[in-house]
Design a protein. Structure first.
Length: 293
């Protein structure tokens, strides 16, 4: 499956901004089932300073600065991806969730050691007894790891309402548990918090979702959005993705940009400005299958 993605972020200011520094994470990762075949970053006005590198988690970063007065800033990422179907495991092929937690605590091979860091607290996800209690009905003693994760994934989808505007980038996993509503970022944080509270390794994945308009309606350009989901470490296999916002296991519609502990590590565009007074933000995302173009 081939995709073309355009992600545009535009800022406008109440008065000219003489200086700004920015970090952008918009270049998708290349994985065992995803290849980024084209990526172009168009920044207007043209930056005075620019460099690219990878962060601690291996995500691509572009760092740039504007040092001349400007009343607006536009960051457009144009990307093309090739995506293959996910290799799905059966529930019976995995250890129990207790055995998986024990492996994370005791084994120190490179893959398990890397996964172990995703069992701890992070800025938006703090382990708690409340989160563990919510997860417990899905993780009764001896439950296979993937069976429990699938159950939790479905329960979040069934019991929580997708309501934009009731949360913010500062909302924590525990906040979401009590609110019972939020958006994809919130549900990812909630699921990660539940899993980590049981001693399991879970990371936050940011990217895009190929969506489809209602039958007979055209797909609106720019109407898509960034998406977030969860990846769980399965000993002796690797990472398996789950999407609690939609109650599904991703196959070939989820396009991965970055992964880390939580949203705080992978915000797509972040910056610091000098002056400007008030500012306005506009974000537009368009995801298209190239075969359909």
């Amino acid at each position: 499956m081939k995709y073309h993605v355009t992600h545009t972020t535009e800022y406008s200011y109440g008065e000219a901004v003489p200086l700004c520094h920015n970090i952008v994470r918009l270049r998708p990762r290349t994985t065992d089932r995803q290849t980024c075949t084209r990526h172009e970053l168009i920044i207007t006005p043209e930056p005075a300073l620019w460099r690219e590198h990878k962060d601690y988690f291996g995500n691509h970063m572009a760092v740039f600065s504007l040092q001349e007065p400007h009343a607006a800033l536009s960051v457009m990422a144009i990307t093309e991806l090739e995506l293959s179907d996910a290799c799905l495991m059966t529930d019976r092929a995995t250890l129990s969730w207790e055995q998986a937690a024990q492996v994370l605590r005791s084994q120190r091979d490179p893959a398990t050691l890397d996964a172990f860091q995703y069992t701890f607290d992070s800025p938006h996800v703090h382990r708690s007894a409340d989160l563990a209690a919510f997860a417990t009905p899905s993780f009764t003693p001896g439950t296979p790891l993937l069976e429990g994760v699938k159950s939790l994934n479905q329960r979040i989808f069934d019991e929580f309402d997708f309501v934009p505007g009731v949360t913010s980038v500062t909302t924590t996993a525990t906040d979401v548990l009590h609110l019972k509503r939020g958006v994809c970022q919130d549900f990812a944080h909630l699921m990660i918090g539940c899993l980590r509270s049981l001693g399991l390794a879970a990371r936050y994945v940011s990217g895009y979702l190929d969506t489809h308009p209602p039958p007979g309606m055209p797909k609106l350009v720019g109407a898509d959005a960034s998406h977030a989901w969860v990846s769980v470490f399965v000993p002796d296999f690797g990472w398996v993705d789950f999407d609690p916002t939609n109650g599904i296991v991703p196959e070939n519609q989820h396009l991965t940009v970055a992964w880390a502990r939580d949203y705080d590590d992978v915000g797509p565009v972040r910056g610091v400005i000098l002056g400007g007074q008030s500012h306005w933000l506009r974000v537009a995302v368009d995801v298209r299958r190239i075969d359909d173009a």
